[in-house]
Design a protein around this ligand. Sequence first.
Ligand code: UDX
Length: 447
Amino acid sequence: MRIAMIGSGYVGLVSGACFADFGHDVVCVDTDIAKVEALRQGEIPIYEPGLSSIVTVNAAAGRLVFTTDLTAAVSQAEIVFIAVGTPSRRGDGHADLSFVYAAARDVAEALDGFTVVVTKSTVPVGTGDEVERIMRGANPEADFAVVSNPEFLREGSAIEDFRRPDRIVVGTGDQRARTLMAQVYRPLYLNEAPIMFTSRRSAELTKYAANAFLAMKIAFINEMADLCERAGANVQDVARGMGLDKRIGPKFLNAGPGYGGSCFPKDTVALVKTGQDHDVPLRLVETTVAVNDHRKRSMSRKVIAAMGGDVRGKTIAVLGLTFKPNTDDLREAPSLAIIQALEDAGARIRTFDPKGMDAARELLPGVTFCEDAYDAATGASGVVIVTEWNAFRSLDLPRLKVLMATPVLVDLRNIYRRKEVEAEGFHYESVGTLAPGDAERLADAAE
Ligand code: UDX
């Protein structure tokens, strides 16, 4: 099939490359000439495991082409995916749809023959109706159907998620569109990924509902972690016990420093706004947003407490800056809030991240960027693991201890075992677990 992908950002590039890999002919369009030039040279603007080789192989086979010429790409396509950004609108938190609407207008003017126009960008419920209205206004003669097909892939495992999705959601009432969408995803549902057809509005809302629910799951387990710390329980055991209940499931129950990234923070806020627009207050989602914002800030207090209550003039090593491993993305990363708060408390920060340092340099001018974890820990009164990169999972603790001023390890991702770290002579703090004896001390204090 002939596909035009409008927008060569995260979703557009991954989807475009993967569709080409299925054997479709894909033209990825972007307005950024420098980006298009770079992609033509095989340079990938984002870090995503496996993406580079898929782009190279399919570009070499002629199935994946990059261009700034939207008109040519659209006029030859049977399916046009709109995968442009929908950032938070400054001031009110609504999704900013200006890029989607501009793309819709341009696409409408370039259509030639029946074409399925698919919004892959995350857009609020009802956006498809507006896209259709704009396109109809721009080109009253055009023959097209507007479909919603939200993308659920995660950064860092985007290729795997695209190839093996839990489901494909397609929102359309148009039979011709349904047939073409089934064709484009044929290689996937042959792999047994369920393809679900529904109304356009239901598809649009499904994406927000899924993201908000996952965000809520994380905020919930983080609250349980706080309670575990006070009540002398272990959040990992609680999460495991909960997750074995098939109705709950084990995933997204890892307590940590709060969720970040390009989706959960933005989409939860936008869903709250949509609720307000429809006069349906979404209190659980509102609370999730508030709990997570508070969570990021409160992690700095945990670090300060672990270091004896005062970090003024002390050096702290922060390991991991990106909002999660296997990405170079720093958007809404808990590290930013934690570092800011520690600097405000008078600490000096040394840091290392395998992929996030280039972007971080501008955002964190007062921070020292280091060669590796050991370099960052040199002279530090505490090491804080903020992102669970594999490189931090098996640190040489004796070596670390020799380099540090005081052996304190704050593990905000629970990737170490307390016993092992304490056996090396460290003071160890994690999330939602207590040192043996702490529970008894708490109980005594409460009496
Ligand atoms: C998310 C959704 O998972 C994906 O379906 C959607 O398309 C885009 O948003 P992404 O933001 O790439 O994907 O990352 P994800 O793996 O979902 O993690 C989001 C945040 O939640 C990260 O900051 C991560 O550290 C945090 N998280 C995740 C936890 O704190 N605990 C968990 O158990 C899981």
